[in-house]
Design a protein around this ligand. Structure first.
Ligand code: BV8
Ligand code: ZN
Length: 249
């Protein structure tokens, strides 16, 4: 593994633009549950019931109970060394963009400054009446939150299955991976599209792809350097090696 860590540090040392494409695995060591539970359930619910527009239409109370429970979870968690190593990269590499599938906001809490939240944020609500998107932090919202502006029904500002990703955010993500020298794919099973398509896009644009995961995934076919172990351990090791390279230059 040392060779792979050195190779990863070397490609980062020569990079001017780096993109981190992250999924639920980067937050696992912070205590945020990942999606691919073995029984296909997500915190005891079927995806269909809690992460689709139809599910919300059918039972908004169930969906709000699900998202309020995840807001409660995120209120009690902190970024882990993997998030902090990603934030630290910004001091060592010209331009770092984080394109995350996660909605927990932990990259921002850890200090990353350019974070594209491809699937929205647990901290944001959107009004079905006036359309206003608000960042409500992690305040308790109650079972049927209403818009303070027009008293309309609020929904989580999250991208559910069969919904489009926010256009500006998605375009920025595509542009960043097309321009990057290195793409670090961390903590994702790379099964959800269009987000997972960023990996092949980066590869076809000539980027070196580094995968950080417990095990190989659907991304592994595009991977040049594989770092298999917990991201909270692997990422700080890579950044430490990179810091040593930079200080010896
Ligand atoms: C769209 C928000 C089109 C919710 C999410 C059939 C019908 C309709 C659509 C489709 C279809 N078939 C496919 C699709 C497209 C669909 C899709 O991709 N489905 C998949 C399941 C096949 N995509 C969509 O629907 C997207 N929209 O296509 O619109 C459209 C629109 C308009 C008009 C025409 C067409 C929208 C997708 C977004 C869905 N929303 N999240 C919420 O979070 O509440 S996706 C959800 O899954 C999360 O965002 C999550 O990030 C994402 C992917 O999961 P991962 O992050 O990868 O997490 P996972 O648990 O899977 O893996 C964790 C990994 O970490 C593992 O590899 C594990 O080994 C690793 N790990 C664990 N611990 C560690 C670790 N690694 C390192 N260290 C550790 N310690
Ligand atoms: Zn409103």
């Amino acid at each position: 593994m040392d060779d792979e860590l050195d190779r990863a540090a070397n490609v980062l040392d020569n990079a001017t633009q780096v993109v981190i494409f992250s999924g639920a695995g980067v937050s696992a060591e912070s205590g945020v549950p990942t999606f691919r539970a073995s029984d296909g359930l997500w915190e005891g619910h079927h995806i269909e019931d809690v992460a689709t527009p139809d599910g919300f239409e059918r039972d908004p109370d169930l969906v709000w109970a699900f998202y309020n429970a995840r807001r409660d979870n995120v209120r009690s968690v902190k970024p882990n060394p993997g998030h902090f190593a990603i934030a630290e990269l910004e001091k060592l590499v010209g331009r770092v963009t984080v394109a995350t599938q996660n909605v927990d906001g932990l990259h921002l809490v850890a200090g990353s400054t350019t974070v594209l939240e491809l699937h929205g944020s647990l901290r944001e609500t959107r009004c079905l009446g006036c359309g206003v998107i608000r960042n409500r932090g992690l305040e308790v919202l109650g079972p049927k939150p209403l818009c303070p502006n027009c008293n309309g029904q609020l929904r989580p500002n999250i991208v559910w299955f069969r919904e489009s990703l926010p256009r500006k955010t998605w375009t920025a993500a595509e542009d960043s991976v097309t321009a990057c020298d290195v793409l670090i794919v961390v903590g994702t099973s790379a099964v959800v599209y269009p987000a997972a398509g960023l990996i092949s896009l980066a590869k076809s644009a000539g980027a070196t792809v580094v995968e950080v995961n417990l095990t190989p995934t659907n991304a592994s076919g595009y991977t040049d350097i594989g770092l298999y172990g917990p991201s909270g351990m692997m990422l700080p090791k890579v950044v430490e090696r990179l810091r040593q390279l930079k200080s010896s230059e």
